[in-house]
Design a protein around this ligand. Sequence first.
Ligand code: NAP
Ligand code: GDD
Length: 325
Amino acid sequence: MTTPKRALITGITGQDGSYLAEFLLQNGYEVGGMVRRTSSLNVERLASVLDKIKIVPGDLLDVASLVEAVKTFAPTEVYNLAAQSFVTTSWNQPEFTADVTALGVTRLLDAIRIVNPEIRFYQASSSEMFGKVREVPQSELTPFHPRSPYGVAKVYGHWITLNYRESFDMYTCSGILFNHESPRRGLEFVTRKISHQVARIKLGLAKELRLGNLDAKRDWGFAGDYVKAMWLMLNQDQPADDYVIATGETHSVREFCEVAFARAGLNYENYVVIDEEFFRPAEVDLLIGDPKKANDKLGWKPEVSFVDLVEMMVDADLEYCSSQI
Ligand code: NAP
Ligand code: GDD
């Protein structure tokens, strides 16, 4: 009999954490989800798996809790998805963002190094590291130029992950993931803000949608596709490596609005209002990734198209908002 694999996921209460937990359970894993203490438990996204996972207390700001989490759950793989992940908040709370999103990675790597350096480690790096892009499309070899305190913190997390691989011979991988969305996306991110408000407008609960820069372009994929790439990275016979995960297509926020409103039979031009409040001190104008390495070496490719993703999100929000009336 083979011993089951055990995965500890930090950030399990977030969008990606919930999809990854479902995927790993389907693949025979025992799953532990690290959750920080809050005044009320935030596990809505985990509804379908809550009775199948083990909740492990821990906080990226507290190394003792991380050592304890790794020691007690004894994982074979750790997926570090926890972060202060909203770019706008990173300008209001730059020090906190650095503490969680940058130094938190070192704390977790050290906990693993101390408890069991054989554990395989995945770091959630980001296309936000490319920022003011140096080449189009962006690949694993494109230099970084982050444009937000969040992006800067992710660059640190990326390099410390490589450094622990090179310094301590640990199996640490960094996935440079481009934007990925789903009906479980937080309401503050632009895609979910749009799909949710389209549903409210359609149902007569709202009259307008206030947005910032409609010309920003992103390479948007489906979160359910992207968590498979995380798992593939940690389950290779070849040495640990870093991979860009993207669709290779880019679309503007305006295009996202166009498709989302059209799905509800509406014209976005009649509802979208430009509001200075949602512009950023420094913008990332264009992201488009080159997923060739992941395709060639991991056999990974995205399955959900841009239009299908937008329509999936609008349909889910129409159902969700109708159920709230
Ligand atoms: P998300 O929905 O914002 O989830 C973030 C998670 O981190 C939540 O579970 C949150 O817990 C947890 N967390 C925050 N601070 C913590 C702390 N101090 N200790 C422990 N847990 C903490 O993010 P996501 O969209 O799933 O993204 C997952 C990861 O991928 C993040 O690192 C993000 O930066 C990165 N990433 C995301 C994308 C994307 O497009 N989604 C692209 C590239 C990289 P609470 O529920 O308690 O707040
Ligand atoms: N959030 C938001 N709200 N964004 C807006 C709005 C608005 O009202 N109006 C326009 N935008 C533009 C932003 O200026 C940005 O250019 C784009 O929409 C996408 O913004 P977000 O959805 O907030 O995502 P992000 O690209 O800044 O960051 C996400 O993707 C990164 C990967 O590239 C997050 O998930 C990060 O955690 C992730 O690393």
